[in-house]
Write a protein that binds this ligand. Structure first.
Ligand SMILES: Cc1cc2nc3c(=O)[nH]c(=O)nc-3n(C[C@H](O)[C@H](O)[C@H](O)COP(=O)(O)OP(=O)(O)OC[C@H]3O[C@@H](n4cnc5c(N)ncnc54)[C@H](O)[C@@H]3O)c2cc1C
Length: 543
């Protein structure tokens, strides 16, 4: 007899594909349906894949496959008159401690193909031409009506219904969750072009000007760029097709460098919306991705945010559905991700309200922006802030009920609720091992820092503590002592990156965030926090 369905994922965009794969990896029975008969073939959606997303792809084992489709972006430039540029290098911040620094451009259809290609290995079939027609829930599950391409209706019962069905989400509407926000006044044109100009490939160019803002993103291929023009004035005819002549003359009025458009692959026009769902959960229905938040695509954040939603949700839903964790764990999905979505939409809202608006203040700002950029981009703290935000490496959940600091918070280094940074370690045979390689399991991992100058005795203490704490749902890794499966920290970099002065225990959640942190290690308090927040520690030790 077929196992009952744990989760029905509606929508096979990047969010739904990530969620279906991550749930299946954790042992849930999953169906994923999409009303489109074919995978998307348009080249006009997400390009920017941020460092945090590549970290998640690495945990999913698909980072190399994704990067094969793309190219690394080396710098972000603001164009100034007379051929000058203010340049922000994108690779120069080792303190972000990521194995894949910078930003990649990968066409969304390629990202989706890579995400979809792992599903068969996980036992999931992507069902195309299947649309969610309606749904109703009770305390035990959700009954859904699916319309197949031939018009046939199928009734499906699932424990959870997951709405990854984009901005017009039928799941969100069916659950009665308001989508609060508005549509911007300004208008955008998008061109996927082959451009002949003196600007090097592989860089992003932004040009604020009194006539509007232009942003040029490199696309894999020689001299190929995605150019977005954000205009304060509406076109005379709404939704009119964009001609090459109109695009070229508008671009010439904004971009202060000579250019020739050699080929226009796509030209389109769209308006910007900024909306956030009032809730991410209604009983057994949850929302993720564009179904929950939409905003200007210019910052390259939307798809990346949806993928992170899915990663945050998957381990929690699996733990609750499998009875390993109480139901309240699922509430932390909204507690953590809704503020992230709201901040992102507020930020893009304010940025575009100021920069792309049609009032005199916005006009002045567009005139001054290039000169401001040349000063700001030269300042390391500004560079760090921009990169931390854009890369999504600085997203954190410090106020989450899952983030618990025991003892004294570190003066430097990540706190409970922050992303766990990567560091290079040494295995027992002297081989280099990246911490992230140890975090790929679908369970939480407890890092025990034996001390920056750990000797045999402190290493032994850490090892025996590891044996007492480990269980079937908790892997424990000792850092600073190589014997018995631990990892050396020869130059103390791991201890320094994590701000550990004596000893510390750091619980890394399955989505790579720090849950509990104990500085120094207090075994009693730590054990109680782990039991309460993360795992049963019964059964055979697993170190
Ligand atoms: C011009 C442009 C540029 C962008 N650039 C970037 C960028 O550089 N970086 C970035 O991060 N983001 C970018 N974005 C945003 C990004 O494209 C979206 O955030 C992303 O597609 C959201 O993914 P999703 O899976 O949540 O939703 P979607 O991609 O919208 O997928 C939803 C899926 O649900 C299916 N569906 C809908 N209703 C139903 C139903 N009733 N039943 C079954 N299936 C259904 C649809 O067919 C669709 O396949 C850009 C967007 C645009 C428009």
């Amino acid at each position: 007899m077929a196992r009952p369905l744990d989760a029905l994922v509606v929508g096979a965009g990047p969010t739904g594909l990530t969620l279906a794969g991550e749930l299946a990896r954790r042992g849930l029975t999953v169906r994923i349906v999409d009303k489109a008969l074919e995978p998307p073939s348009d080249h006009s959606r997400a390009l920017a894949v941020q460092a945090r997303t590549l970290e998640l792809f690495s945990m999913m084992g698909i980072a190399d496959a994704a990067m094969e489709h793309g190219m690394r972006v080396m710098g972000l430039n603001v164009l100034l008159p007379r051929g000058r540029r203010a340049r922000l290098p994108l690779l120069s911040f080792p303190e972000l401690s990521t194995p894949i620094p910078g930003l990649f451009v990968i066409q969304q259809l390629d990202t989706e193909e890579v995400l979809a290609s792992r599903l068969p290995r996980l036992g999931v079939t992507l069902e195309r031409g299947v649309e969610l027609a309606s749904s109703s829930q009770d305390s035990a599950g959700v009954t859904c009506s699916l319309r197949h391409a031939d018009g046939e209706l199928e009734e499906v019962r699932s424990s959870w219904l997951l709405g990854c069905d984009g901005a017009h989400s039928a799941v969100r509407k069916g659950a009665g969750i308001p989508f609060e926000g508005d549509t911007y006044d300004d208008h955008c044109m998008l061109g996927d072009l082959v451009v002949d100009w003196q600007l090097p490939d592989g860089e992003i160019y932004i040009s604020p000007s009194p006539r509007g803002i232009a942003a040029a993103f490199p696309v894999p291929g020689r001299r190929r760029f995605r150019i977005v023009l954000i205009l304060p004035e509406a076109p005379p005819v709404r939704n009119a097709a964009v001609s090459l002549a109109e695009f070229e003359s508008t671009m010439r009025a904004i971009i202060p460098v000579p250019f020739q458009i050699e080929q226009a692959i796509v030209l389109s026009r769209y308006r910007l919306h900024h909306r956030v769902a009032a809730r991410l959960r209604s009983g057994r229905v949850l929302l993720a991705g564009d179904a929950a938040h939409i905003h200007s695509p210019a910052g390259g954040q939307g798809m990346n945010t949806g993928i992170q939603d899915a990663f945050n949700l998957a381990w929690k839903l699996a733990a609750v559905q499998q009875g390993r964790m109480p139901a309240w764990l699922l509430d932390t999905y909204e507690q953590e991700r809704l503020p992230v979505a709201r901040r992102l939409v507020d930020f893009t809202d304010r940025l575009f309200g100021f920069l792309a608006g049609h009032g005199p203040l916005s006009h002045t700002l567009r005139v001054l922006a290039p000169r401001l950029a040349i000063r700001a981009f030269g300042l390391a703290p500004v560079q760090r802030r921009i990169l931390g935000f854009v890369s999504q490496l600085k997203i954190r959940y410090r106020k989450s009920p899952l983030s618990v600091q025991l003892g004294t918070p570190p003066a430097r280094g990540p706190r409970a609720g922050d992303r766990a940074p990567d560091v290079a370690l040494r295995g027992g045979a002297g081989e280099e091992v990246h911490l992230f390689e140890l975090l790929r399991d679908p369970e939480p991992v407890l890092l025990l820092f034996a001390g920056p100058r750990a000797d045999g005795a402190s290493g032994e203490r850490a090892r025996s503590l590891a044996a007492r704490l480990a269980g079937p749902d908790l892997k424990v890794v000792v850092l600073g002592a190589t014997e018995a499966g631990g990892y050396a920290d020869p130059d103390g970099r791991a201890h320094a990156t994590y701000g550990v002065e004596t000893t510390a225990a750091v619980l890394v959640r399955p989505d790579g965030y720090i849950g509990v942190r104990s500085d120094p290690i207090d075994e009693g308090e730590l054990g109680r926090a782990l039991d309460r927040l993360f795992t049963r520690r019964t059964g055979a030790a697993r170190t």
